[in-house]
Ligand binder design. Structure first.
Ligand code: URA
Length: 249
């Protein structure tokens, strides 16, 4: 029993350290456009959001209502609330995660659990917020290991290829409407979906990719940082790359 308590205390200490704001804010942003040559070069400039008379907030709301009624895959029948997306319809940067978990299923918003709280801190460390960016997932409904137990914690799993394919049109529509300047794939499921690759984050991060003309960065999922602190530094490097590009205009 003592050993269990000691292990729990050690884990809590490690997590508190990882989530410590000072850890992130102690790291300073580089000056804009540092000329390291890692800005995306091949993509043409993107037109502003809402071009062509499309009313983006209204279209997003219409799409969210479609997702609410969606039964294209079995997840729609077992989830509590779809987590469609959150943030600014004119965001310059759009983050894409894997899929809702326990908390997201209850609140109907992406990244509101522990991983989401860490994502908020990562955003804040580079002067961003969930209101200023847009955050969505590859699938909008909670993939569960045991769908008969939606109240069970730790019942999350990655979406299957069929579930990802069923939901893909919604993500593509979100990207088309928001027209972000940059996409960030959080973790390998999002990278797999957006880049049609089997490569892991370690091979994909640190360089620019392209999703239908939009520059895309891949970085580690915040949940991976909660499990392994060594991912913190590469994520910080990726956020610096993102900010250099945003600041370069
Ligand atoms: N993990 C994700 O990938 N998305 C969420 O919304 C929450 C956790």
């Amino acid at each position: 029993m003592h050993a269990e308590l000691a292990a729990l205390a050690a884990e809590l200490r490690a997590r508190a350290e990882l989530l410590d704001d000072r850890d992130w804010s102690a790291l300073t942003l580089p000056s804009p456009a540092s000329g390291r040559g890692d800005e995306p070069s091949s993509s043409p400039p993107l037109p502003p959001a809402g071009e062509g008379g499309v009313r983006v907030p209204e279209e997003l709301a219409r799409l969210a209502a479609e997702v609410e009624a969606c039964r294209k895959c079995p997840l729609g029948a077992t989830r509590l609330k779809p987590a469609f997306g959150v943030g600014s319809p004119t965001a310059q940067v759009m983050f894409v995660g894997e899929g809702p978990g326990y908390e997201e299923d209850r609140q109907g918003e992406p990244f509101v659990g522990k991983a989401g709280q860490l994502l908020d801190k990562i955003l804040a460390s580079v002067g961003l917020s969930r209101q200023a960016v847009y955050i969505a997932n590859v699938v909008k409904c909670h993939p569960m290991v045991d769908a008969s137990q939606p109240d069970k914690r730790g019942n999350d799993r990655p979406p299957t290829p069929d579930e990802m394919a069923a939901c893909r049109g919604y993500l593509e529509a979100q990207i088309r409407l928001i027209r972000p300047k940059v996409l960030v794939a959080l973790g390998s499921t999002a990278a797999k979906c957006l880049l049609a690759t089997e490569d892991g984050v370690g091979r994909l991060r640190g360089r620019w990719h392209d999703f239908a003309g939009t520059p895309l960065l891949v970085t580690y999922h915040p949940a991976a940082l909660l499990r392994d602190e060594t991912y913190k530094r590469p994520v910080w490097e990726d956020m610096k790359t993102l900010m250099r590009t945003l600041e370069a205009g």
